[in-house]
Design a protein around this ligand. Structure first.
Ligand code: LMR
Length: 409
């Protein structure tokens, strides 16, 4: 190294920000630009998790458009609301998530900027309450999960739960790994429609998870980001409701970005369940003070749309109808893809937007380069990126990359 380079380094390190190391671009979000830059007409986008219709579009939902028209007519101010955001939105959404449960004064919710904001606020709350808490995260998971908890100063541990070869849950492996969890640790769970695997615990396994948390003093932190896109609104919330009924403490991070199609509007909420009303009140004040320092108050427009839909019977019914059709499309595509090859068979039983294919990184790159098929590096596909007429094309391109000797029909 020359003297010049050394002194240039020393000078830049002493400058503000000179000590920062460059960070890689987010691999998932980078797929958006990569796909856009590909000019092959037959390209297929199975990357970032947004719903698409059979024309390949991510339309604004009908009820959302109607609610925006109502807001345009009736909204008289955009003045500040406060750190809790739109309380009527959070209360109406609680009905969708928790049904008629009245955990009452034990359950507190605040509006957050998307599910990511909810996860981050929950992580900060945990860190403020108990910096020694470790966060147990099943692998694979959404790549943003561990960074969110790490940035809040918490240490993370991974546990197994999924067998990539069979495409099924490996519950024994999960219980084995969680034997090391200690009281006060957090157990991150996907409430439904697991991202990236689409796999789901059976109701019996959910009960066992709840029993484990109760017996060992673990706090479940449920990430519920795809309610209604698996088996139905109530069905997809069943595990969350069971946990709220059974345990003294839990956190629920909610995203309405996908089931209301409001992605860029950042629609979310965080609920905290506490052992009693007195603790719940302290939790509430802490959630508000943390939110104040993180984002002061959440963006209003998306939440105002959701509130407008949920407080109007006709809009609510239309939203549910469109959500039902979205779910039917996903599950229809699942069945069609699963029938194409025996290695794809588990996809029929999985739910939500995603499936993880047994592909190497090289195979993922080859599919992109040779066929213009875009998916996450771990083999995760967004089912909604398929269309009735591309399922067979996709399966044909996949065939040489699925393990030999296990060919399908
Ligand atoms: C995804 O997993 O594709 C979505 O949740 C988008 C994101 O923010 O990563």
């Amino acid at each position: 190294m020359t003297l010049d380079t050394l002194s240039a380094r020393a000078a830049s390190a002493s400058l503000p920000f000179g000590a920062l190391a460059a960070q890689p671009a987010d691999a998932l979000l980078s797929l958006i630009a990569l796909y856009r830059a590909d000019d092959r007409p037959q390209k297929i986008d199975l990357g970032v998790g947004v719903f698409r219709n059979d024309a390949g579009d991510t339309p604004v939902m009908r009820a959302v458009k109607a609610a925006e028209a109502v807001l345009l007519e009736t909204q008289v101010t955009k003045s500040y609301l406060g750190a809790e955001g739109d309380a009527a939105y959070t209360a109406l959404l609680a009905g969708i998530v928790f049904g008629d449960r009245t955990a009452g004064e034990r359950l507190n919710g605040v509006q957050t900027p998307g599910g990511t904001g909810a996860l981050r606020l929950g992580a900060e709350l945990v860190a403020r309450a108990n910096r020694e808490a470790r966060v147990w995260i099943g692998t694979p998971t959404w790549p943003n999960h561990a960074p969110i908890f790490a940035e809040a100063g918490l240490s993370t541990r991974s546990h197994r739960f999924y067998d990539a070869v069979s495409g099924r849950i490996d519950f024994d492996a999960m219980l084995n790994d969680l034997a090391e969890a200690r009281a006060g640790d957090i157990l991150l769970l996907h409430g439904c429609c697991h991202n990236p695997t689409g796999s789901a615990f059976t109701p019996e396994q959910w009960l066992a998870v709840s029993d484990l948390c109760a017996a060992r003093g673990l706090i479940p932190f449920i990430d519920l980001a795809y309610q209604g896109l698996g088996d139905g609104l109530a069905e997809d919330a069943a595990a969350t409701r069971m946990i709220v009924d059974a345990l003294p403490a839990a956190l629920v991070a909610y995203s309405g970005d996908k089931n209301f199609g409001l992605y860029r509007e950042r629609v979310g909420a965080l609920w905290a369940l506490s052992a009693n009303g007195a603790i719940a009140e302290r939790v509430r004040t802490n959630m508000l003070s943390l939110a104040r320092s993180l984002w002061s108050m959440p963006p209003d427009h998306g939440a105002a749309i959701v509130r407008t839909i949920l407080e109007n019977d006709a809009l609510r019914a239309d939203w549910r109808d469109e959500l039902d059709a979205m779910r039917a499309r996903l599950n229809g595509l699942r069945a069609a893809l699963a029938a194409m090859h025996s290695r794809l068979a588990p996809i029929a039983d999985q739910r939500g937007m995603f499936a993880m294919l047994p592909l190497t990184h090289e195979a993922v790159a080859a599919l992109r380069e040779e066929h213009g098929i875009y998916m996450a590096g771990n083999g995760r596909i967004n089912i909604a990126g398929l269309r009735a007429d591309t399922v067979a094309v996709f399966a044909q391109a996949l065939r040489p990359h699925l393990h030999a000797g296990e060919g399908g029909p």
